[in-house]
Design a binder for this molecule. Structure first.
Ligand SMILES: Nc1nc2c(c(=O)[nH]1)N=C([C@H](O)[C@H](O)COP(=O)(O)OP(=O)(O)OP(=O)(O)O)CN2
Length: 185
């Protein structure tokens, strides 16, 4: 049995690889992230009693905390985007609001990075559960859907932050400066 949780977030990005694209201009979307979780077998449904393996609240707490408090309204940029230099020089207090990824921040790449982030969060907080389907709905007409094989097949390291169970969105700041998910910042 799979449990599906959906959360909305706002974001901005720009794609620089295709110079003729309208997506060169920074622009934003209101997106949905949809995750399907299932028990790895260690925790089964407690039939006849609680009738669940874990409550919705417990399953959503850490992931939705990350989505709401870190991902929502972040500006997604490629690692070599010159706009990073602007923020480092003029508005360093906003560096925690930048999601930085190797290459252009397409929905495919960001979904892969965020799926890895969810896996790190599950390993730290819900080790008996796994994500078997991960979806980002970028617009009402464009979605990217991933399964575990897509994560295994990713040929590059998109960012160390994807593998940490904290609030980090980039590797510009040391890991010690990022709050843990669920802790007061
Ligand atoms: N493979 C990808 N291609 C594009 C992505 C992406 O993430 N992966 N992203 C964009 C832009 O973010 C753009 O905002 C959306 O592009 P597009 O669908 O071309 O534009 P519309 O939303 O206006 O599309 P309609 O369906 O015609 O409304 C571009 N490409």
């Amino acid at each position: 049995m799979q449990l599906q949780f959906k959360r909305r977030f706002s974001m901005a990005h720009r794609l620089r690889f295709d110079h003729n694209s309208k997506c060169m201009t920074p622009h934003g979307h209101n997106e949905f992230v949809v995750v399907n979780l299932q028990s790895k077998g260690g925790r089964q449904i407690d039939w006849g009693n609680a009738n669940y393996a874990a409550s919705f609240a417990d399953l959503k707490r850490h992931w939705h905390g990350f989505v709401d408090d870190s991902l929502d309204h972040a500006f997604q940029l490629g690692h070599d985007d010159p706009m990073l230099g602007y923020f480092q020089q003029h508005e360093p207090e906003l560096l925690t609001r930048l999601l930085v990824i190797e290459g252009d921040p397409t929905t495919e790449a960001v979904a892969t990075a965020l799926y890895m982030k969810l896996n790190a969060i599950l390993a730290a907080h819900l080790p008996d559960f796994e994500c078997v389907r991960f979806e980002i709905e970028e617009t009402p007409t464009n979605s990217v859907v991933l399964g575990p094989d897509d994560i295994a097949a990713c040929p590059i390291r998109l960012g160390d932050w994807c593998h940490r169970a904290d609030m980090s969105l980039n590797d510009l700041l040391p890991p010690s400066s990022w709050p843990q998910i669920g802790s007061a910042s």
